[in-house]
Ligand binder design. Structure first.
Ligand code: PBG
Length: 336
């Protein structure tokens, strides 16, 4: 009698035609049947720009991300270009004394955002620069639109966003990304850009942007949390999916070039639905809270953060996104 406990297991062969494990047997087989491939071509690096020179200050709530002054930003984008990263998305951290109720700094041709766009294009002309459009970085109220008597006004905000879009286009932005969720902004921005001669500047619409707790680390990084209230009167209710189809239809007829879902990991069904329903390319934003949660668990030794991050990004792509805004982009590109 053997003392091997396995010697007692039944070894009769089952009569199976299909044994899916056959194709999982070796790494080579698994590579042959792999359905989704994540590559640096799919990734967009969001970057935070601050005033000053020589600044490269870690953002505590977002490990691996920094506040960069324009000189450091330019060097970073050059490095990303050499790593093959196709695009960056810029977010400015505006000084408090420049924030006003109407966010005029967002149209200042010599402001931080415009100088950042120019510096990126000069340093790395092949990297597409995406400019976020919303009032919150420039607003003394911390909302994405103009606030009057506690209400975020739609149409006046849209007019301001059009000015911001044209100012960014003059600075050389390749793509504008309205993240404000005002109604009708995509069509108005398209008209304003075309009238100013920028028919080649694309619009990446934040189509289904949800009122999410996962933006926490980002708002801390930019000190852009609303001073009062929340964003539920313009960002979508996390419980809604069919409403995203309405937003997608509106953005498409208004002239959006790319539709975005945000956040990503908690909204895979929305990514899937939009990718099935629309012929436009779908972007997904793996947002700060989704990114930092994985890294925080990794720091505690609860999971392998690099593997978990890639798994999350592959899942987002498998769901139907053809591009992903990810704070992990540079690290992924370095390992690729
Ligand atoms: C603001 C904006 C936000 C993000 C991108 N643009 C935050 C918000 O809506 O409050 C979040 C990005 C992230 O969390 O990574 N217009």
């Amino acid at each position: 009698m053997s003392d091997n406990p396995l010697s007692s297991i039944k070894r009769d062969t089952l009569d199976l035609i299909y044994r899916p494990r056959r194709l999982r047997r070796t790494d080579a087989l698994r590579r042959l049947v792999r359905e989704t491939h994540l590559s640096v071509d799919d990734l967009i690096q969001p970057l935070f720009v601050v005033p000053g020179e020589g600044v490269e200050k870690p953002i505590l709530a977002m490990p691996g991300c920094q506040h960069l002054s324009i000189d450091r930003l330019a060097a970073r984008v050059e490095r990303l270009q050499s790593l093959g990263v196709p695009a960056v998305a810029l977010f400015p951290a505006i000084e408090d004394h420049l924030k006003t109720p109407h966010g005029a700094e967002g149209a200042n041709p010599h402001g931080l955002m415009m100088r950042a766009i120019e510096a990126c294009k000069a340093a790395a002309p092949h990297v597409m620069v995406i400019g976020d459009l919303a009032l919150d970085p420039y607003s003394s109220d911390g909302h994405d639109g103009v606030v009057e008597d506690g209400v975020v006004l739609n149409d006046p905000t849209v007019h301001i966003l059009c000015e911001h879009a044209v100012a960014q286009a003059r600075a050389g932005v390749d793509i504008v990304a309205p993240s404000d969720m005002m109604d009708g902004r995509v069509g108005a921005i398209r008209d304003a850009l075309d009238e100013a001669g920028f028919d080649q500047v694309a619009i990446l619409a934040y189509t289904a942007k949800y009122a999410s707790a996962f933006y926490g680390p980002f708002r801390e990084a930019l000190d852009s949390a609303p001073r009062s209230g929340d964003k539920k009167t313009y960002q979508m209710d996390p419980a809604n999916a069919r409403e995203a189809l309405l937003e997608a239809r509106l953005d498409r007829v208004e002239g959006a070039d790319i539709l975005m879902v945000k956040p990503a990991q908690a909204y895979m069904d929305i990514i899937y639905r939009l990718s099935q329903a629309s012929p436009l390319p779908i972007a997904a934003y793996h947002v700060s809270g989704e990114y930092s949660a994985i890294l925080a668990a990794g720091e505690r030794g609860w999971l392998d953060a690099d593997r978990a991050m890639v798994e999350a990004l592959v899942g987002i792509k498998r769901a139907g996104a053809s591009m992903i805004l990810s704070y992990y982009t540079e690290r992924f590109a370095q390992q690729a």
